[in-house]
Design a protein around this ligand. Structure first.
Ligand code: AHG
Ligand code: MN
Ligand code: MN
Length: 339
């Protein structure tokens, strides 16, 4: 007998309470899933859809925008407008948040997103993704930029979509991390990975080693040990993977453990890291912690950081608990020696 699979809609109806607050999150999630379906259609058609390649424009980070960065941004903005309860939107692709007015909804929300993560992989047909996070908006006054700058612990919803061989949507409302797979024929998501768990131990690391000469000593110490494998202090061999799409690297860690690092480096002293706190680090930190892993800067828990700017960058170390703890200890040892 074939067991009926749970659709995303059915999951939301049972997972979220029926109060107004949660019904807003219900419609936001469905709208995001629609944006994800439209982006998946574009990525899967690739060159046939005329969506590859770069534009002349740059985003606020000074990065040349890809066509798909902008198309995915539009898909997210249009979908979130349809939710009817989103009062503010902030995206990697736009310097300032966009504020919306909605009629008659008791609860308003703020959404933050990286519409297309891993842009450098688009033109070479390697997995890309989208990352998003949702907060409550103030009820008593119009939302402002300041209302976005809240610690990740206040996220009501966080998640990502990965456009890989299959398109998956992975979400958390603070009660576990759950994965859905898109059936491209029916354009519907089905719950395929309920209550995902990151294994506590692992022997796989992800880091861009071309930046090695810019790392701090605790990262050198950890990676040197991994590379020495059985012949070093850890007495076991490690494997390395680096897709260069944070979404794809984090998804692999959710599925089979490991540690992902984009640590602080000294390439550009004005930038404490490569990844952005609001729409890359914080949502992924919630997804990982809700699956039993840990997420830090090496020194602080990512979910506790209070941002001072929408596009702020931050060092990221996340994944299997034992490895993230060990890397935290190496940072503490180093800071103590220095002091
Ligand atoms: P984005 O495409 O949204 O700018 O993000 C790319 C990020 C992230 O996905 C990835 O982990 C990292 O940049 C890749 O960095 P390298 O270019 O150093 O590999
Ligand atoms: Mn990104
Ligand atoms: Mn991006």
């Amino acid at each position: 007998m074939q067991v009926e699979k749970t659709t995303l809609e059915q999951f939301l109806s049972t997972h979220l309470r029926k109060d107004l607050h949660q019904s807003g999150l219900h419609s936001i999630t469905l709208q995001i899933s629609k944006a994800v379906v439209s982006i998946a259609k574009m990525t899967s058609k690739g060159a046939l859809a005329g969506v590859l390649g770069s534009l002349e424009s740059q985003n606020v980070q000074g990065e040349t925008q890809k066509k798909l960065d902008v198309l995915a941004d539009e898909a997210f903005i249009n979908a979130l407008k349809q939710a009817g309860c989103v009062l503010g939107l902030a995206s990697e692709e736009n310097e300032q948040p966009l504020f919306l007015s909605t009629q008659g909804s008791d609860h308003g929300y703020l959404a933050v997103f990286d519409p297309l993560d891993g842009s450098s992989n688009i033109d070479v047909n390697v997995s890309v993704g989208s990352i998003f996070s949702v907060y409550a908006a103030p009820r008593e006054r119009p939302a402002s930029l300041q209302d976005f700058l809240r610690p990740g612990l206040e996220q009501l919803l966080a998640g990502y979509a990965v456009y890989g061989p299959a398109t998956m949507l992975v979400i958390s409302f603070g009660q576990g991390t759950h994965g859905f797979t898109l059936d491209p024929e029916s354009a519907r998501f089905f719950l395929t990975h309920p209550s995902m768990r990151v294994s506590e131990q692992s022997a796989e690391f992800a880091i861009n080693t071309s930046n090695e000469r810019f790392w701090e000593p605790p990262i050198h110490r950890y990676i040197d040990e991994c590379k020495k494998g059985k012949t070093g202090g850890r007495a076991k061999d490690f494997n390395m993977r680096w897709v260069a799409s944070m979404v794809a690297d984090v998804h692999r860690i959710l599925m089979r453990g490991g540690v992902f690092m984009y640590p602080r480096d000294t390439r550009d002293p004005s930038k404490p890291g490569r990844l952005r706190l609001m729409y890359e680090a914080k949502p992924m930190a919630m997804i990982i912690e809700q699956a039993g892993g840990l997420a830090s800067t090496g020194r602080e828990r990512l979910l506790e950081l209070v941002p001072n700017n929408i596009h702020q960058r931050v060092p990221v170390v996340l994944g299997s608990k034992d490895e993230v703890e060990r890397i935290g200890e190496y940072h503490a040892d180093y800071d103590q020696e220095k002091a």
